[in-house]
Ligand binder design. Sequence first.
Ligand code: BEZ
Ligand code: FE
Length: 291
Amino acid sequence: MDDSMNNSTSQALTERVLQAYSRIENPRLKSIVSSLIKHLHACAQEMRVNDEEWEFTWDFMARMAEKTGPERNEFLLLADVLGVSQLIEMLNHEEPGQPVGFALVGPFFRANAPFRERGASIASEDTPGTRARISGRVFDFRDKTPIEGAILDIWQAATNGLYENQDEQQPDYNLRGRFRTDKNGTFELIALMPTAYPVPTDGPVGELLRVAKRPPNRPAHIHFIVSAPGYETLVTQIFVKGDPIIEDDAVFTASANMVGNFREEGDHFWLSYDFPLKRGVSTMPRAPIPI
Ligand code: BEZ
Ligand code: FE
């Protein structure tokens, strides 16, 4: 069979498939399903995917499902390392000139972290690592007025690169906490100087990174979700100024508008960092880890 004939038959098939899904009532869902069909068919067509490659594809997905459970979502991790999660953050939230960038949530956010007093530490006393005092203001991006009662939800990995839920040695909710701003919109807390760590590589996503010769590391960071009624929730991360691997984040999140200047202050570091919020609808991202 010549190629043009093959092409026209396969195009007819794509049309038939689109037609078969044309009765979806929800218009948004219908558009997304059609777009997905078009792009998947175009990819199979363009690449002339062979039997062996197709078998590898569905087996790869089955193996991703095997790695996915309440503590870990391999599908989310795949979206992260392919840059899809960060792309969706940018499409929905980024505006030119925005002083603090939006970051992906990542698979290790856990809801209901304990509320802690102003100035308290998110690290238990026996948690190893250099402390970092972080203080700053949450304010209205447009008129610069302080936002009282904004909530900062923070989490970070220990110096062994593990989040508390991955590590039996850490107490429950260690290195996680929520803080409220005062009437001047200010907050203060103690965290650890952040540590770089690799994303999990013991599953199919690790295979992909190895075959692509991509380092699995995330540059050192602290996660922040800053929210207040009447404001768009800011999901971000703070990286360390001068960290040489910022340019090579395995999940394409780190960027210049998320860098903090940690300064030495006696036996610890100090970071002053402000969070401007845009007016909008206050939402909370869904936590990939159960409570
Ligand atoms: C994280 O920063 O917690 C993270 C983000 C994406 C993939 C793995 C970890
Ligand atoms: Fe992280």
